[in-house]
Write a protein that binds this ligand. Structure first.
Ligand SMILES: Nc1nc2c(c(=O)[nH]1)N[C@H]1C(S)=C(S)[C@@H](COP(=O)(O)O)O[C@H]1N2
Ligand SMILES: [Mo]
Length: 258
């Protein structure tokens, strides 16, 4: 057992207590000594010392028992400490690590849109990350025609792709093309001029001007991230009659700038 300073102090107190007590009994002797004859004195001394010895030894016994008890308590405390020490990570740090791990797990499950290539700042943005870029958010209705000539209107909410590339990713002035790649391998390549354009058409509504956007919400509902990437490239018509729907890219994995 390691020497505990508190235990040491207690031992000193108990020892001095026992010395004081035995000191009291010898004082008694002295009082007796002063007024009595040698013989009586001796007997008295004997009696006294015998009596004192009994008292002293019983006091000593009690003290010893007390010390043993205290020692037991300290041994238990010490063992507790040692078992805590064996696990080298202190409790508070363990709790913190737990918190960090929980946070990391949350981030891992959040799907991110990656922007790579000729940009000043490569990025990986979650839906929340894109939403936070409020000034680039665009909401509007997009007219579309597919390969079968089927037309429809769909409302989308998302981020203006050119604003995102220019102001956030800091696209290189030498960049010439942007490739949008989906997780299934479907991809669309656009020139920088096509991405810059902010006046795509809706042939049925002449006053509508649309940018190219990366949408995370369709007809008022956000994409379910359990079904994969929640990012969809949406574009209007370049000119009347443009079959624009096949140019949309669902479940985007990344955007590569060249
Ligand atoms: N990732 C991915 N995006 C895609 C496709 C695809 O196969 N994979 N098909 C395209 C075609 S041909 C059309 S017509 C539209 C269909 O859009 P919708 O899924 O919103 O109806 O998505 C386009 N985007
Ligand atoms: Mo299609």
């Amino acid at each position: 057992m390691k020497k505990n300073p508190f235990l040491k102090l207690l031992l000193i107190i108990l020892l001095s207590l026992s010395i004081t007590l035995s000191g009291c009994s010898s004082n008694k002797n002295q009082v007796n000594d002063s007024g009595k004859l040698g013989e009586v004195q001796e007997i008295n001394n004997e009696e006294n010392s015998q009596g004192d010895t009994t008292v002293e030894s019983s006091i000593n016994k009690e003290i010893e028992e007390d010390i043993e008890e205290i020692e037991e308590v300290f041994i238990v405390e010490e063992e507790k400490k040692i078992s805590e020490d064996k696990d080298e990570t202190p409790k508070e740090i363990k709790e913190e690590t737990k918190d960090i791990q929980v946070e990391e797990k949350v981030e891992e499950t959040e799907i991110k849109l990656k922007i790579e290539g000729s940009v000043g700042k490569e990025m990986a943005l979650s839906v929340d990350g894109l939403k936070a870029l409020k000034k680039h958010v665009f909401k509007g209705e997009f007219y579309s025609i597919n390969n079968f000539g089927t037309t429809s209107y769909t409302e989308f909410k998302g981020i203006n792709l050119w604003s995102l590339l220019k102001e956030e990713a800091q696209i290189s002035p030498n960049a010439t093309q942007v490739t949008i790649i989906a997780i299934d391998g479907y991809k669309m390549e656009f020139t920088i001029e096509a991405v810059m354009r902010q006046d795509y058409l809706d042939e049925t509504r002449p006053d509508v001007k649309l940018p190219m956007i990366i949408a995370w919400e369709e007809n008022g509902e956000e994409y379910d991230q359990d079904e994969g990437s929640p990012f969809k490239l949406v574009i209007g018509q370049k000119e009347p009659g443009d079959v624009n729907k096949p140019q949309w890219v669902s479940k985007i994995d990344k955007i590569i700038v060249k």
